[in-house]
Design a protein. Structure first.
Length: 465
């Protein structure tokens, strides 16, 4: 009989395409769904023969609630690491509570934006919860299981108390390779030009202070170049064709990223990839290196068309810098996606309309219009509370704007939803834009992915508004 401990990595089922990872849950705005990165990174810490691992991503594998419970019962896990999201909190807490009723001996740890603050309250409210992973880049839960003393990034029950082990910014981590091959769902991103795709995280959190963003409250940490390169080698051998670097700011650690990208160029690595970065992080030389190493698209946080708002929310760059980096990226032949944030306190209709025009002016290839949400632990939440826009008990929220959480004080929730939909129509339904997108597609896979994502965007605009 095997003495291996059974551990389940679980993304619960849901009524919508929920993306619950990286402390930033939302409903997929179209059809895209990357690997849940919290679970992916935690998988790096657990190995055979000590652990028998099962991954159930019920969203990506389209597993129903009933089937999920049957599968869990049959696997009979000793431990579960599960995603939980503010966006789906009502469904998720019922699901986890039922698991505990049916499997009373299982120890459950959850990771997600819903559980980043007020930990004692969460443990009191949810008696099925044994631990909260507050830093998924650290092996705190494994240390807890194995009786280790070097526990970081975890809050857990001990007798009638709650033990909090915070994590700090640390030197580069030589992390083992995450077990991407165990994540067998249908993962996709709108800008992939080949499949299957893998999600890769080279660093954790973000060192910038943007006050509306949860990432600014987490301790920035990076992996070593050797650790990242080991993963890239394995992904290529295993047949992955496209990479999504889900770092919040790719190229933040200059020396490490340079080493990785130069390795990709020297090895003629050959996979295309996309990433997030900041307009003040990348210069012309770095953009050129990224292009040569296979980068096809960069997502930049543009947020607003007004320098006053960029300053107030501590973005630490200007609209001028945004225009410059968008132009440089275009010159290098890299596509640009701008992310925009509408609905901050006091924001007017005119400011939102300016933002939509700015998205066109900077010639973004794609635009993603998010609606501000008062996430736990952010100064933005404190601001919304102070202005009486929310109640402190607010837990359920969706950044995609599928359901708008708060008004701006000037605009109602309904007006914001209408403006978000207007933003999509105004940006995407331009004949010239549609023509340029169509002629930029290079292969059948890109056409298929774009058609499907486009269909889901349309469905969201016309069926739910
Ligand atoms: S740069 Fe981006 S990820 Fe980093 S804190 Fe600002 S908004 Fe968040």
């Amino acid at each position: 009989m095997s003495l291996a401990k059974r551990i389940l990595f679980l993304n619960p089922p849901g009524k919508k395409i929920y993306i619950r990872d990286y402390y930033c849950s939302k409903v997929s705005k179209a059809y895209y769904l990357p690997q849940p990165v919290d679970l992916l990174m935690q998988s790096a810490f657990f190995n055979k023969p000590d652990y028998n691992i099962l991954v159930m991503d019920c969203i990506a594998e389209k597993i129903s609630e009933t089937d999920a419970h049957k599968k869990i019962k049959s696997f009979n896990p000793n431990y579960i690491i599960g995603q939980i999201g503010s966006v789906s909190l009502i469904e998720d807490r019922l699901f986890y509570s039922t698991i505990k009723k049916e499997n009373p001996n299982v120890i459950m740890a959850c990771s997600g934006d819903a559980f980043l603050e007020k930990h004692p309250e969460k443990f009191q409210k949810y008696d099925w919860l044994d631990a909260i992973i507050t830093n998924f880049f650290k092996d705190g839960f494994k240390q807890l299981i194995e009786g280790g003393e070097d526990i970081e990034g975890l809050v857990y029950r001990q007798d009638s108390a709650f033990i909090t082990k915070n994590s700090k910014r640390s030197k580069p981590i030589d992390m083992a390779v995450p077990k991407q091959h165990l994540f067998r769902g249908n993962y996709r991103m709108p800008f992939a030009n080949a499949l299957p795709m893998a999600t890769v995280l080279t660093n954790y959190a973000c060192p910038y202070p943007c006050t509306f963003c949860i990432m600014s409250t987490l301790p920035y940490t990076t992996r070593t170049a050797a650790s990242i390169i080991a993963e890239l080698k394995e992904l290529k051998v295993n047949g992955y064709k496209f990479l999504y670097f889900s770092d919040q700011t790719f190229f933040q650690s200059k020396t490490i990223t340079n080493e990785v990208l130069e390795w990709m160029v020297e090895e003629d690595y050959g996979l295309s990839w996309m990433c997030f970065s900041r307009v003040d992080v990348l210069n012309e030389k770095e953009l050129k290196l990224m292009k040569t190493a296979g980068c096809t698209l960069i997502m930049f946080g543009v947020e607003w068309a007004e320098d006053d708002l960029l300053t107030h929310y501590k973005k630490h760059y200007t609209t001028k810098q945004i225009e410059t980096t968008f132009a440089l990226s275009k010159k290098m032949g890299i596509k640009r996606l701008g992310t925009f944030l509408i609905g901050v306190p006091g924001q007017s209709r005119e400011s939102i309309l300016n933002t939509i025009e700015f998205a066109k002016k900077i010639e973004a290839d794609y635009a993603s219009f998010n609606v501000a949400v008062p996430r736990s632990n952010t100064s933005f939440r404190t601001e919304a509370l102070a202005k009486g826009l929310i109640d402190d008990s607010l837990e359920v929220m969706d950044q995609s704007g599928n359901e708008v959480t708060i008004g701006t004080g000037v605009l109602s929730r309904n007006e914001l939803k209408q403006l978000k939909n207007k933003a999509y129509r105004s940006f995407y339904f331009r004949p010239q834009y549609i023509w340029e997108r169509l002629i930029s597609l290079r292969n059948w896979t890109e056409l298929k992915i774009h058609s499907k994502e486009g269909f889901y965007v349309l469905k969201g605009l016309f069926l739910k508004s």
